[in-house]
Structure formats: structure tokens, C-alpha cells
Design a protein around this ligand. Structure first.
Ligand SMILES: C[S@@+](CC[C@H](N)C(=O)[O-])C[C@H]1O[C@@H](n2cnc3c(N)ncnc32)[C@H](O)[C@@H]1O
Length: 226
């Protein structure tokens, strides 16, 4: 599955009218699983490019919050194909857990292509981290968006991120026409942690609602662009 097969989140525009009843109904993940529509990304196309850019060549990639798998497609296609992509999501929001079309749609979308080995961890992130002993090169935090949950993910997972690794937050900044607000948990956490206090981490990049952070003492490689 490529970028062309993904329906990206749209930025508010005057040209977009109200959504029809049919297209609202079609948002159910059943339709993605059945192949009747493209997977819905909860991120913009620019954010997708940024995910690819920062995941490029990475070997140990963790995503917290998979939904229909659109961001996982970006990570899997850009990372080192000899690496491992860990996808953490309990898929707990399905109204019919036995059928769980969100999980089915995600698995269909992510496994649609060849690429890095994929490990599905169907747990809440605070459970998945118990006993975790792998170094991480790239971590995407896009699961539970409450401020305290974002902070918990940060505290639980970043000790495993290698010195030159990056951590990416989604829904973490305001941008023109975007859907975030100052009250969003990731926005509040990122503002508090990286803009309004001293930290061992600094903001490396910001694209729409994405914020990419890395350690201050990371090694700069002239050839890798990071
Ligand atoms: C905003 S969506 C992820 C969107 C996806 N990354 C994308 O860009 O298309 C949030 C997902 O996080 C999952 N989630 C919620 N709480 C979580 C938790 N504590 N740990 C892991 N995943 C969680 C939900 O099941 C949902 O699928």
C-alpha cells in the first residue's frame, strides 16, 4: 500500500462542505477492511512525509496508537527493511470486540506491502512497556491523548530511546486550519516540557500537528541529515 492508497486528514478549508450521510457512514473501519475505501489517516499528507523522513533507515521503530494503520504504513515503508516495527494499540474501542474491524483494517493496510518485520502488541502502552528491553530509534506517541497519559508514555518509553533516536508527538501543536487546540493533552505536554522549561531534549522539527524531539547531546551525522 502506498501514499496514494491513503485518505489523509484534511485541513479546514472554505471549499469543504458538510460531510454527506453516506461518507459519514463509510468512515466505519469495516469499509476499509472490506477494501471499499482507502484507510483513513488521522494525520495530514505533510505529516506523513515528516514521519517518513524521520523514520528513514531506522531499525527499531515503535508506534503507540495505530488506528487504521496509515501512519504505520509511512513508518514501515521508510524504515530499514531489515528492522522491526512494533505497533502498540489495544484496539479497545470497537463496539463489537469479536469482530473488531479497526484491528482488521489496520492489519490489512499494514501487511499489504512487503517491508520490515511487524510485531503487533495489542495492549495499552503502559502495559506493553512492562518488561520492554529493546533499544528504540524512533518512537511515535499517538495513543491516549490525555495530558497525563502522554506524560506517562514519555516517562515509560523514552528511557529506551537511543541517544540519536527521535520521539515524535502527534496532535501536539496548533497549526493554520488544523484541528488541535491549546487544551489538547499532547499540545499541553509539549508546551510544558519543551517550550516552557529546560529539558535534556529539544524540538528538532514541527510539521502541522507533529513535533519531533531529540536529545540535546545527540551526535550530528553530516551524512544522515539528523
Ligand atoms: C489518533 S489514533 C492513531 C492514529 C494513527 N497514528 C494515524 O496517524 O493514522 C489513536 C489510537 O490510539 C489507540 N490508543 C488509545 N489509548 C491507547 C493506549 N493507552 N496505548 C496504545 N494505544 C492507545 C486507539 O485505539 C487509537 O487507535
Amino acid at each position: 500500500m502506498t501514499k496514494a492508497d491513503i485518505q489523509f486528514a484534511e485541513i479546514e478549508s472554505a471549499d469543504v462542505g458538510p460531510e454527506s450521510f453516506l461518507s459519514r457512514k463509510m468512515r466505519h473501519p469495516f469499509f476499509a477492511w472490506a477494501g471499499l475505501r482507502r484507510p483513513l489517516a488521522q494525520h495530514t499528507e505533510a505529516e506523513h512525509h515528516a514521519l517518513e523522513k524521520y523514520a528513514k533507515g531506522r531499525k527499531r521503530v515503535v508506534e503507540i496508537g495505530v488506528a487504521e494503520g496509515a501512519s504505520a504504513i509511512a513508518l514501515r515503508s521508510a524504515m530499514d527493511s531489515a528492522g522491526t516495527l512494533y505497533l502498540v494499540d489495544p484496539f479497545h474501542l470497537s463496539r463489537v470486540p469479536l469482530l473488531n474491524f479497526l484491528r482488521r483494517a489496520a492489519k490489512r493496510a499494514v501487511s499489504g506491502n512487503s517491508g520490515a518485520k511487524t510485531v503487533w502488541i495489542e495492549k495499552f502502552s503502559h502495559e506493553a512497556v512492562r518488561g520492554w528491553d529493546q533499544p528504540i530509534d524512533f518512537l511515535l506517541i499517538d495513543g491516549d491523548h490525555r495530558e497525563e497519559a502522554v506524560e506517562q508514555d514519555w516517562k515509560d518509553w523514552t528511557p529506551h530511546v537511543v541517544r540519536n533516536g527521535v520521539v515524535v508527538f502527534h496532535d501536539a501543536r496548533l497549526f493554520a486550519g488544523g484541528w488541535t487546540s491549546e487544551e489538547y493533552g499532547p499540545v499541553r505536554f509539549v508546551d510544558r516540557m519543551f517550550r516552557n522549561s529546560s529539558s535534556d531534549w529539544i524540538i528538532l522539527d514541527e510539521v502541522d500537528s507533529l513535533v519531533v524531539v531529540g536529545r540535546k547531546d545527540r551526535k550530528i551525522h553530516a551524512d544522515s541529515g539528523d
